[in-house]
Design a protein around this ligand. Structure first.
Ligand code: ADP
Ligand code: MG
Length: 246
């Protein structure tokens, strides 16, 4: 395919914190509708990598192009990219003093200037989709962790992003909540959303990922299909990591 198929392009991306290089030259591409799972040990740069995609961290070297927009430090580009990229974190980061419905309608109403009625109609459709329409008028503190994370996903989707980034979305959840969040993510993948997911959930990676990237020490060590990873990893570091996590 042409370059147009690549919705995210990273070329030799480097990021440092002081003297420490958290990303040492990342080159990879994500195709439209592709689901990429990033795995790797703690501190390997997974969060830094996905935070660079929507400029929550500024990369120091290399190029990042999202849907044809070069991620420079030009604030107009940053805003344009942030509108296209939804993000879900380990901590749900919901506004505790606002209802579920208001959490979801806030950005569409403020950023896109949608009237309340239009924003609430979309919000209810999204809550339906993530299976918690009946919780719309509650406050986040009244919900379980799994329900809160599903609100966070609905909130990100309310901006109608082209790409969804997930940074360990189930790591803060009790085991019984993990499945309900992964089910929502699985449905999102099936619907054709482009997704980049940092997770330790190897079952999800195996079933849902089109491609898995293994990172270590700020570099991509190995990338390939789940089949490749789980049957025939090439590198010793990959084998060691998989043997520890599986
Ligand atoms: P991962 O998500 O794979 O656990 P991170 O991307 O969070 O790794 O971090 C990669 C490395 O960069 C770690 O060594 C971490 O300590 C360091 N790091 C991340 N964010 C900062 C920061 N804001 N300041 C200094 N060091 C940081
Ligand atoms: Mg992390």
């Amino acid at each position: 395919g042409s370059h147009n198929d690549d919705i995210i392009i990273m070329e030799n991306v480097k990021k440092r914190f002081g003297d420490f290089w958290a990303l040492k030259g990342i080159t990879t591409r994500v195709k439209r509708q592709e689901v990429v799972v990033i795995i790797g040990p703690s501190g390997s740069g997974k969060s830094t990598l996905i935070r660079c995609i929507n400029h929550l961290e500024k990369h120091d070297e290399g190029r990042i192009i999202v849907d044809g927009i070069e991620l420079s430090h030009d604030v107009r580009n940053i805003e344009a990219i942030r509108r296209e990229v939804g993000m879900v974190f380990q901590q749900f980061n919901l506004f505790p003093h606002m209802t579920v419905l208001d959490n979801i309608t806030l950005a569409p109403r403020i950023v896109r200037k949608w009237p309340r009625e239009k924003a609430e109609k979309l919000a209810m459709e999204l809550l339906e989709r993530v299976g918690i329409a009946d919780q719309a008028h509650k406050y986040p503190g009244q919900l379980s962790g799994g329900q809160q994370q599903r609100v966070a996903i609905a909130r990100a989707l309310a901006m109608q992003p082209k790409i969804m980034l997930f940074d360990e979305p189930t790591s803060a959840l009790d085991p019984e909540m993990i499945k309900e969040v992964l089910d929502v993510m699985r449905e999102l993948a099936r619907s054709g959303m482009t997704m980049v997911v940092v997770t330790h959930e190897m079952g999800f990676a195996r079933e849902v990922a089109d491609r898995i990237i293994f990172m270590d020490a700020g570099q991509i060590v190995e990338e390939g299909t789940p089949e490749h990873f789980f049957t025939n990893p090439r590198h010793e570091r990959t084998k060691l990591f998989l043997s520890q996590i599986l």
